[in-house]
Write a protein that binds this ligand. Sequence first.
Ligand SMILES: NC(=O)c1ccc[n+]([C@@H]2O[C@H](COP(=O)([O-])OP(=O)(O)OC[C@H]3O[C@@H](n4cnc5c(N)ncnc54)[C@H](OP(=O)(O)O)[C@@H]3O)[C@@H](O)[C@H]2O)c1
Length: 338
Amino acid sequence: MSKGFHVAIVGATGVVGQELMAVLQERKFPISNLKLLASARSQGKKLKYCGEELTVFEAKPDSFEGVDLVFFAGGPVSKELVPEAVKRGAVAIDNSSAFRMDPDVPLVVPEVNPDDVEKHRGIISNPNCSTTIFVVPLNPIHKIAKVKRAVVTTMQAVSGAGREAVDELLLQTRQVLDGEEVEQPKAFDHQIAFNLIPHIDVFNENSYSREELKLLHETRKILHDPEIQITATTVRVPVLCSHSESVNIETEGKLTAQEAKEILSNAPGITVQDAPEKLEYPMPIFTSGRDEVFVGRIRNDYSQERGLNFWIVSDQLRKGAATNAVQIAELLCSRNLL
Ligand SMILES: NC(=O)c1ccc[n+]([C@@H]2O[C@H](COP(=O)([O-])OP(=O)(O)OC[C@H]3O[C@@H](n4cnc5c(N)ncnc54)[C@H](OP(=O)(O)O)[C@@H]3O)[C@@H](O)[C@H]2O)c1
C-alpha cells in the first residue's frame, strides 16, 4: 500500500465487502492503510489486498480510531457503528438502508446527483441496488422529457441477498438435479432454485414490500423530485449476479424510441445494447463483472401517447453497491471533502 487514506471496510468478508476490495484495487484508490472488519465469527481470517495478506478483525467502536474513510457493508450493524465512526472523525459511506431517508444524509449516485455530496456531515448513503441501476438511465430521460410515472418490475439476483443466498441457490440446484429432497431454505422463505419469488424484504400494510417502496422513496430523493410516481414489483430470480428491470415510463414531453436511444447513448455510466434483429440485448451472463448499467429493448409504448418501455441489466454488487460507493469516495477526494 502506498500514499493515501486510512480506510476501513466493515463487512469485508461478505459479497459486497469482497467486491469493494476488488474495485478499490482496480481503480487504484489511494490507500495507505486498509483495515478489514467483520463480525466476531471472522476474527483472524486472512484476505489478500494488492498482494498483501491482511487479517480481519471484529468491528467495534474503537476500530475507527485514526481512520479517514469507512465503507460499511455489514448490514444492520451500520445503525450502531456508523455514528461511532463519524464520532471519531471518519467519513462513512454506508450500503445499508439505515440512513438513506435521513434528510441530513445525502443519498448519492455520482452520475445523477454528485453535488449532493457537498452537504454531507460525515455519512453518505449508497442507495438500494435496484434504485441505483434504475436512476442511472431514468435521470437523463427525466431531464429532457420529465418522467411523470414509472412502472418497474425487478428480477433480482440471489447475490443481492448476500453470501448465504448464493450458497443456497447452488446447493438447491445440485439437490434438484441429483433428484434429492431440497433442504429447508434459510436465506429465502421458499425454494429459489428453478423458481421465482415475488417477495423481497418485508411487506407493509398495503401489501407492498419494503424493497418496492425503496424504489419510490429513494428515486424521489435522488432526483429531487417529490412528485414522480413509481410503482414496483420486486422479484427474486435464480440468477447468481446482476439485477434486471423491466421499465415502463410515461413522460410529459414526447419522445420517440430513437430519441431515447440517443439520450441514453450519450449519458454517463450507460451502455446501450439494443439490436434485437441481431439478438443483442442486455443479459446477466454478460453484465456481471462490469460497472455500467446496460439498457436495451427501448421501444415506444403503443398503449399510451407518451410512453416508453426499456430493459435494464447491471451488476448489482458493482454499480449497485461497491462501484457506486468507490465512485462516491473518488468524488469526495476530488472535491477535498475527505
Ligand atoms: N448484495 C448486494 O447486492 C447489495 C447491494 C447493495 C447493498 N447491499 C447491502 O450491503 C450490506 C452487505 O450485504 P452483503 O450482500 O455483502 O451481505 P453478506 O454477503 O451476507 O455479508 C455480510 C457482511 O457483514 C458482516 N457482518 C455481519 N454481522 C456483523 C456484525 N455484527 N459486525 C460486523 N460485521 C458484521 C459479515 O461478517 P461475517 O462474515 O463475519 O459474518 C459479512 O462480512 C447490506 O447492508 C446489504 O443490504 C447489498
